[in-house]
Every structure is written in C-alpha cells, then in structure tokens.
Ligand binder design. Structure first.
Ligand code: ATP
Length: 360
C-alpha cells in the first residue's frame, strides 16, 4: 500500500435547500480496503456515496482519487462504480449479458468480454447459471450478478448501498463472506453503506460511524466497539449500558462519577473532563458481573433479576437496580458463573478499566 490514500475527501459539505446533509467531512480510504459507513437514518450516508460516485457535486470541499481531483468529473468518467440496493438488473437479458453490458458499451473486444464474464461468473460462483434470466434466480443469486456486473470494469472503488438489505437473515450471513472474498480477490476498495452494525462489524476492515452529516469516529470494528469516543458511537455499535452523571474526582486512569440516581462509579476516561462536568459511563453487557450482595461490593449497585434468557451459549439478564436503572448483563458459561433465578438479589459491578466515561 502506498502512502497516498486511494480516495480522499477534503472538507466536503452538501446541503439540500439550506438543510445540511454532509458537513465539513474529511475521510481517507486506502487501496484494498473494505470500509463501512454506518449511522442512523438520515445521517448522510447515501449522500456521501452519491458525492463519491459523482451523482452529486459538493457545495464545498474536494474529492481526490489517486491524488487526482475528481470533484467535478461526471460519474461515467470516474473509476468508481456503484451497486444499488435494487440491483437494477436488466430483466430481458441473461446473467451473462447483464454482466457483459458495461464492457460491451465501452467497445471492448468480444473475446475479452467472454473471458472477463467467465472470470466474474467464477468469482461469484455462478458459472453454471450464465444463461438464466434474472427472474429465474433467487434473491441471493441476483445479488451476485449485480456484484459481478459492478466489478467487471475493474473499478478502483466500488460503492455498495445496503448490498444485503433484500436478503433474508440466513442468506445475509453467507453473503457477507462472499462479499469479503470478492473484495480480497479483486483488490478493489469497497465502501459499504449499512444500517446493520453487525454486518459492518463482520465485514469491514475499518468503519465510520456518522451522525448528522459528519463522522463521529473512524476505526477498526474492534477499536470502535472497545474504545467508543462518544455516547452516540457507544450506543450505535453493539449493546451497552449507560450511566449518566457528573465527575466527582480523578482516579488513576479515569474518573469517579456520581450518577443522576446517586451511584458512585469509577470508569476509565480518555478525555479530561472538569470536576463537575457531565459524563456518561458506557459499560458493555459482557463486562458487567453479578455476585451475591456483600460487604466488599464496590463499583456497582444492588438490584433484582427481572429476566433471564439463555441463547447461543450465553445467559442474558435484565437487572433492575435499587436506583431504578435497568441494566443488561451477559455471561458465558463456565467456572464461577452462577445461574441467577428471576427475583434473586444481586450485586452488579464492573472493573473500572472495562468501562468508558464519555464526555457528553
Ligand atoms: P437512510 O439510512 O435512511 O438511507 P442516509 O443516512 O442515507 O439515510 P441521506 O439519504 O444521505 O441519509 O440523507 C441525509 C439528509 O439529506 C436527510 O435529512 C435527507 O432528508 C436529506 N436529503 C437527501 N437527499 C435529498 C434531496 N435530494 N433533496 C432534499 N433533501 C435530501
């Protein structure tokens, strides 16, 4: 990988009738990366994709591809392709003809078209189905044809808008791995828009979590999950428990807060909030511990088990604390794990280094 990014967005803004959709956004994507854009509905994901593809022009800022300014280049002159959610296959054409379409339009020699279509059919594991029409395919197969058609022109960058949204749960799961394989084999950078944080966590090398037209955080799925920088990111990526409060004192590597409900809790903190500042502690369900209430119970609160669900080897508990807070606790099976019954009194606690105090 060279030092310069494949794609560089420099301080991009885009408004529609005075309402900002993307605000002063900068982003670098290297070659050969699987990148996911994640965020709630209306946060600007599709607008950003359309700006990169060239269907929209930014009001301010620049878009560079391989160091070349493409901000005002029309879509068909960009080495970028976009795969739409609807797949937009031609219904009267065979799979092969659908895949070949872009190359033929470019005037590519017949022999080369045939060879590259065969390569693409192999890549998406559709070698036996080239003669079928789209209405003779399953949803998953149509998705693969759309992917092959988007990749045949060997774009440097492929934009995928909710590529798995039309598939059922099981098929989505399998298709995730096929997309990852296609990205690896072609070396094309993929930028995927998704609502589904699990999907982004599985597929992406890096992800950006957006909010209101800008990026809150960029990082590997693990970084974003384990080191969320904002309350929005902590809540959007994975499940978490929040405790709102104010900073009471500094502790080694963190802070002690008093929650709005009167609990004293300590958590790691990467920021430097003032004493008295409002912060939120985020603690993942798997980092909460349950124990019998006792004299040495610290960094937590007493509560009662409200629900207990066992699924896929994990016990999930909902606990109502005496403060009224409801927390979610997840435990694996193993030594020291107790099967708490509904109604049991428990102490819910956590190690400060497992939790993050986030400035709000
Ligand atoms: P979703 O996940 O629901 O698809 P999104 O994150 O892709 O949402 P965008 O479609 O980029 O969000 O929209 C960002 C904001 O810009 C929204 O407030 C939307 O209403 C607005 N917007 C998008 N396209 C247009 C348009 N053509 N004209 C006016 N407003 C628009």
């Amino acid at each position: 990988m060279s030092g310069a990014p494949l794609l560089r967005l420099e301080r991009i803004s885009k408004s529609y009738g005075g309402t900002p959709a993307v605000q002063d956004l900068s982003l670098d994507i290297p070659a050969n990366e699987f990148f996911a854009l994640l965020g709630p509905s209306g946060c600007g994901k599709t607008t950003l994709m359309r700006l990169i593809a060239g269907f929209e022009t930014p009001d301010t800022g620049r878009i560079l591809l391989d160091g070349i300014d493409i901000t005002h280049l029309p879509p068909h002159l960009r080495p970028v392709n976009m795969m739409f959610q609807s797949y937009a296959l031609f219904p009267h054409m065979s799979v092969e003809q659908n895949i070949a379409f872009g190359l033929k339009q470019e005037g590519c020699a017949r022999q080369e078209v045939v060879a590259r279509v065969a390569d693409m059919l192999r890549l998406v594991q559709m070698a036996d189905l080239g003669k079928r029409r789209p209405d003779q395919l399953s949803g998953g197969q149509r998705q693969r044809v759309a992917l092959a058609r988007a990749l045949i022109k060997r774009p440097k960058l492929l934009l995928l808008d909710e590529p798995l949204a039309a598939l059922d749960r099981k098929l989505r799961h399998d298709t995730q791995f096929e997309l990852m394989q296609a990205q690896r084999e072609t070396g094309t950078s993929f930028v995927v828009v998704t609502h589904d944080q699990d999907e982004a966590m599985v597929m992406a090398h890096r992800m950006a979590v957006m909010r209101s037209g800008s990026i809150d955080q960029i990082g590997s799925p693990r970084e974003v999950y384990e080191e969320p920088q904002t309350r929005h990111v902590a809540g959007f990526v994975g499940e978490t428990n929040f405790f709102d409060g104010r900073v009471m004192q500094y502790m080694p590597g963190g802070v002690e807060i008093e929650t709005t409900k009167g609990l004293r809790l300590e958590a790691a903190c990467r920021h430097h909030p003032a004493i008295g500042a409002r912060v939120t502690i985020s603690i993942r369900p798997e980092h909460l511990r349950l124990s019998a209430p006792g004299v040495f119970s610290t960094n937590g609160g007493i509560g009662e088990i409200v629900d207990h669900v066992f699924r896929e080897g994990l016990s999930s508990f909902r606990v109502r604390l005496e403060t009224g807070d409801i927390v979610h606790v997840r435990q694996g099976q193993g030594e020291g794990v107790h099967d708490w019954a509904r109604g049991a009194r428990v102490f819910v606690s956590f190690a400060p280094e497992r939790a993050r105090a986030l400035v709000v």
